[in-house]
Design a protein around this ligand. Structure first.
Ligand code: ZN
Ligand code: ZN
Length: 388
């Protein structure tokens, strides 16, 4: 298969590995198909894209190299980005300094507003557009050499690049204006929202992900700006840098409890009361028939003094008269309201340490089994925990 490689293919592979995997070639080693350094970098690239690690420039590897992508390397350049740069302020300003002529100004502004919203929905960040003057993130459409040592390559190939948070050029995003920029899926061209959403991830401090379903995967794949939501991997990345979004105001939440879209975090029985959890708030309804319509409410900490965070899941074991309440990797065992239950770690159950929280839990008396739901999987308990 290698015999079919043209010298252009080898040159393309060399340039690709130089640009995105920091391959260093001396003058003499150019255009040789096999150097140990190139094989090493090929393996690295193949592993990143889940292509095995043959170290050979096979057609599959070459096909990936020819696809449109982000201009940021896939391996960390420690000398460029030491530590984990992130913005210190939670309100971040941006300015579109130079527009593309492919789209109207309004189309460009909408694409960026939606792209920023993805990230502000997932973390406690606020983005404000400035029309002139200084801004943290400066967005420019430009072509070829444009003053930052990372010249663009004309149509296709690299579509855009961005700088990690910092002063001056830090956080800025450059789009290759030799591309055709579009809104929505078109026969040719690239959707601005899709590329902007990815590049802004870099502007906020994220590097490339190996997870092909992540927005931070370096390859271009059209995303619908109306429906698209960040993947778990992207959410985990942005929350590692900035934390979780600020909790909805409980007063506002309570006023919306009759909204048809309202959802609860968890429900469980403690003693004679049914508990309905939402954020740091709780509703109680007694199981005594004569009091059936009496709904009480208040912050969770008022009824369960040890629990201050929102509840992820809860279940009760009537035989033991005990209720198990989960928040993140911790759980509490409560027998009566108003007392401080004791708590342990979900890993005591035997959950893998990669698991950070339980989504839902239920105990089925008939089978005397407890079921835990996490993402697309569920576990059955006990005597020993079984992953299903
Ligand atoms: Zn990128
Ligand atoms: Zn640039």
């Amino acid at each position: 298969m290698r015999s079919r490689l043209s010298s252009e293919d080898v040159q393309l592979a060399e340039e690709y590995l130089e640009q995105f995997y920091h391959l260093k070639l001396s003058g003499g080693s150019r255009r040789k198909r096999h150097t140990p350094a190139m094989e090493e970098k090929l393996k690295e690239m193949q592993q990143f894209f889940g292509l095995g690690d043959s170290g050979l420039l096979d057609p599959q590897t070459l096909a990936i190299m020819k696809q449109a992508r982000c201009g940021i390397p896939d391996v960390e350049n420690v000398s460029l980005y030491p530590g984990q740069p992130r913005w210190k302020n939670r309100t971040i300003t941006y300015r579109i300094a130079k527009y593309t002529s492919d789209l109207t100004r309004k189309e460009v502004e909408t694409a960026f507003r939606l792209a920023f919203k993805l990230w502000s929905d997932a973390a406690p960040l606020k983005f404000v557009r400035a029309n002139h003057g200084e801004a943290d993130i400066v967005i420019t459409f430009t072509r070829k050499a444009h003053g930052d040592f990372f010249p663009f390559d004309g149509p296709k190939g690299v579509l855009a690049h961005a700088f990690e948070p910092g002063e001056d050029i830090g956080g800025d995003v450059h789009f290759d204006d030799d591309e055709l920029w579009t809104v929505g899926r078109r026969q040719s061209g690239y959707d601005l929202f899709t590329v902007a959403a990815h590049e802004l991830g870099h502007s906020l401090g994220l590097s490339h992900s190996k997870d092909p379903s992540a927005l931070m995967f370096p390859k271009y794949k059209f995303l619908n700006s109306v429906k698209y939501k960040l993947s778990e991997d992207d959410i985990l990345g942005i929350q590692t840098l900035y934390g979780k979004p600020t909790k909805t105001d409980d007063k506002l939440l309570i006023s919306k409890k009759c909204d048809p879209n309202f959802s609860l975090d968890a429900v469980a029985v403690v003693g004679e009361e049914i508990l309905f959890f939402k954020n740091s708030y709780l509703w109680l309804r007694t199981t005594w028939k004569s009091y059936w319509n009496k709904l009480r409410e208040g912050p969770i900490s008022k009824f369960l003094p040890s629990i201050i965070s929102p509840v992820d899941a809860a279940y009760d074991l009537p035989a033991k008269g005990a209720t198990y309440i989960f928040t993140g990797p911790k759980y509490w065992v409560v027998q009566t309201l108003g007392t401080k239950g004791y708590y342990g770690s979900i890993y005591d159950y035997g959950f893998p340490v990669s698991l950070r929280k339980i989504d839902a839990a239920v105990h089925i008396n008939k089978y005397n089994k407890t079921y835990f739901f996490t993402g697309y999987e569920y576990y059955r308990c006990c005597s020993s925990l079984q992953r299903i």
